[in-house]
Design a binder for this molecule. Structure first.
Ligand code: PLP
Length: 409
């Protein structure tokens, strides 16, 4: 029987209905705690990447443990402010397309630092800061041209990607930044991609950043913050061994080595690593159908609820909530959405499933609900947070009425 802590998941599925996202607060705090433990002795701030899972209750949980936040939009900033005005002081603002209004809100909220991704953005930030008469800390997000093995859609650290500023051009842009009265070029930031399972690329990228920080120092610019970005990967396959504590340990070793000797405050922006394995998407089998030689298990959850398999060919383990018989069957697990890409698994050997059975798509806590949509006019799932024996509905299921409401008709 599949459980969250001691709580059987089928009970939650019956109580709240499916599709349902279930998160373990205890596991989220455990994951965040690994960073605190492994980086003791290194001045650092954990800035959880809000886009991985932006549910307010999860943000509140992490803020309560002292976490800061990495945001990529004004909307995400509003979420952090909703959790608590003080939380803004530990906010890092990333993203290639910040609008003036978003900058203004962030400046007025007193965020920790902006990660600037282009020279044009630098000009706009200087203009907004000057207008508001607030000195603004900023870093350039540099592109270190480091290759990291991951899905092409979530790789960001090469020259061909839209993110950041070529590290070879950074020195010139810092010289320009230093001339703006209302800008404080306080940091250098880097983020090479997501779901990177080996720690070496992080070391290589940060090594290049460290050399840039030294060069800037010689230019007379004292850099106080190095933002190492996020991207630390997990194992989605049950048959791949994975020890999260050992992973953060080797990650911390590689980063510390890269910045050894520098007097800087390290910013860390993990998203997936904190929440992915703390969450599951529960679904109910609607039908089992055969087309020729193929068997399809149709669930009430679809690609609008969890798009990762369709978008990144991502793998999610699927398990029945109640112990099934020993017999297995090779099936495709698909959703009700009218797209061939609407699948959760292809040719997967699973215990034999029949209509009414409930299943869990595991490791769905990151980029699950945060990427969910209303495609096919499907209300998004409800979300439940489990802490110890306590379960809290942290987002109720949407109704179709709510989806129609903004339409002018
Ligand atoms: C998405 C993102 C992160 C988080 O990435 P994960 O792979 O979820 O750890 C961190 N920093 C920036 C700038 C991002 O865009």
């Amino acid at each position: 029987m599949l459980a969250c802590g001691t709580l059987p998941l089928h009970k939650l599925a019956s109580q709240y209905g499916t599709p349902l996202y279930v998160y373990s607060a205890d596991h989220i705090l455990y994951r965040a705690g690994l960073f605190a433990a492994e980086f003791t002795g290194t001045p650092h701030t954990l800035c959880y990447s809000v886009k991985a899972n932006s549910n307010l209750s999860i943000l509140k949980l992490l803020a309560g443990q002292g976490s800061g936040f990495d945001i990529v939009s004004g909307g995400e900033l509003e979420r952090v402010l909703h959790v608590g005005k003080a939380a803004a002081q530990k906010v890092v603002f990333s993203g290639v397309g910040k609008r003036a209004e978003e900058m203004d809100l962030a400046i007025q909220s007193g965020i920790l630092i902006f990660n600037v991704e282009s020279e044009a953005e630098l000009d706009l930030l200087a203009q907004r800061a000057s207008k508001l008469k607030k000195r603004v800390r900023m870093a350039l997000r540099v592109n270190p041209d480091v290759f990291a093995e991951t899905h092409p859609y979530i790789s960001t650290g090469l020259h061909e990607h839209k993110f950041g500023i070529d590290i070879r051009a950074a020195r010139k842009v810092y010289a320009k930044a230093a001339k703006f009265k209302w800008l404080d070029p306080a940091g250098v930031s880097v983020h090479i991609g997501s779901q990177i399972r080996s720690v070496e690329p992080f070391g290589a990228a940060l090594g290049r950043v460290a050399r840039l920080v030294q060069t800037l120092g010689r230019d007379g610019l004292k850099i106080r913050y190095i933002d190492a970005g996020g991207g630390l990967g997990i194992e989605y396959h049950a048959d791949h061994a994975f020890d999260p504590a050992a992973k953060v340990h080797s990650y911390a070793q590689v980063l510390r080595k890269a910045i050894a000797g520098l007097d800087v405050h390290l910013l860390l922006e993990p998203g997936r690593f904190i929440v992915a394995q703390a969450g599951a998407l529960l679904a109910t089998v609607l039908y089992v159908k055969k087309n020729g030689s193929k068997t399809f298990v149709v669930t009430d959850a679809g690609m609008n609820d969890l798009i990762r398999p369709a978008l990144y060919q991502a793998h999610h383990e699927i398990q029945p909530l109640k112990t099934a018989g020993k017999k297995t069957q090779t099936v495709d697990v698909v959703g009700p959405v009218c797209e061939t890409g609407d699948f959760f698994a292809r040719d997967r050997n699973l215990p034999v499933l029949t209509a009414g059975d409930q299943v869990a798509l595991l490791d769905a806590g990151a980029y699950g609900m945060s990427q969910a949509s209303n495609y096919n006019t499907r209300p998004r799932p409800a979300e439940v947070l489990v802490q110890g024996k306590k379960t809290t509905l942290v987002r109720r299921r949407e109704s179709v009425q709510e989806l129609l409401q903004p339409e002018i008709f």
